[in-house]
Design a protein around this ligand. Structure first.
Ligand code: PLP
Length: 296
């Protein structure tokens, strides 16, 4: 089946989509994106993704915003047309293409956006990472100062993930110059201390406000859980009982090793398993929990 994409108001075969080389997303990474998970053919947390998209664009001073209800419709149609049961929809909005290359962007009337979206089928729940956990390495966080904006300037995470792969790990956790973990290369980072405290960094400009983080927060609170929003050092993470990361494309991923140090017995721990079960139930995973999780 040819993959259907959407570019500037038109649905088309993905390999027929054409974007100008003068596009500011290409020249300057002057663009933002969203990745929305799909499970059971349903978009997970669509409204929150639309809120964050709008916030990213507004923070970057986009004078023009895409139509919110059209973007939501496009997401639903891409899920349907591409028959996505489980996977994600990617959306990118750039400040557009103009002749030449000028750092300041046209604004007001002269502005036009480039909007592109596609969908991809991908297992989110029954993955090796979710079942058995992932190994991460730590790397210095060399990103810019506005990580709360979901910009496509992703060179630092590209390098971090490439290094992780070269070192036989699955992902990287980013550590600030102050020794505190900011987040994972494309996920939020969480630890469970030996006292059972569930910890994740507080929101600020130094991390992305993950939608999965937000929804997990709500689900854990509803289940009577408690979360400490505070910074933790790499050393505290290495000494934690358990750890996990959250993102739209891996949901809740147990972290079983950091820099070659096994956490606990090197298997996803009981708190992380419970967190997975609570999150999966919250997004309507059939029968509450997958068999491999329930059987434990
Ligand atoms: N932090 C960073 C740096 C990310 O790139 C992402 C997702 O891409 C996240 C956190 C997790 O955000 P979400 O749960 O909205 O996918």
């Amino acid at each position: 089946m040819t993959r259907q994409a959407w570019l500037n108001g038109v649905f088309l075969a993905a390999d027929e989509a054409r974007i100008s080389p003068f596009d500011r997303g290409f020249l300057f990474a002057d663009s933002v994106y969203e990745v929305t998970a799909v499970y059971g053919g349903q978009l997970i947390d669509m409204e929150r993704h639309l809120d964050r998209l709008q916030r990213s664009l507004t923070e970057l001073g986009f004078a023009l915003l895409p139509d919110r209800s059209e973007i939501a419709r496009v997401h639903r149609r891409l899920v349907a047309d591409n028959a996505i049961g489980e996977g994600y929809v990617y959306l990118q909005v750039s400040r557009g293409a103009y002749e030449g290359r000028n750092f300041p962007a046209p604004d007001g009337e002269g502005m036009r956006l480039t909007c592109f979206a596609f969908a991809e089928a991908k297992p989110l729940i029954d993955t090796s990472g979710a079942r058995h956990g992932i190994k991460v390495i730590s790397v210095p966080d060399i990103r810019w100062g506005r990580r709360d904006i979901k910009s496509t300037g992703l060179l630092a995470p590209v390098l971090a993930k490439t290094e992780a792969r070269a070192r036989g790990a699955d992902d990287a956790w980013l550590v600030g110059a102050d020794g505190f973990v900011t987040e994972a290369a494309s996920a939020n980072a969480w630890i469970v201390t030996r006292e059972g405290e569930i910890v994740t960094r507080a929101l600020s400009h130094v991390i992305l406000a993950g939608i999965t983080r937000h929804s997990l927060f709500d689900a854990l609170m509803q289940a009577g859980g408690r979360i400490s929003e505070r910074s933790f050092t790499l050393e505290e993470a290495l000494n934690a009982a358990e750890a996990f990361s959250t993102s739209a494309t891996a949901l809740v991923a147990p972290v079983v090793e950091i820099d070659g140090v096994r956490l606990g017995d090197g298997e996803p721990g009981p708190v992380t398993r419970r967190v997975q079960a609570i999150y999966y139930a919250a997004i309507g995973v059939e029968a509450g929990t997958p068999g491999w999780l329930a059987a434990r």
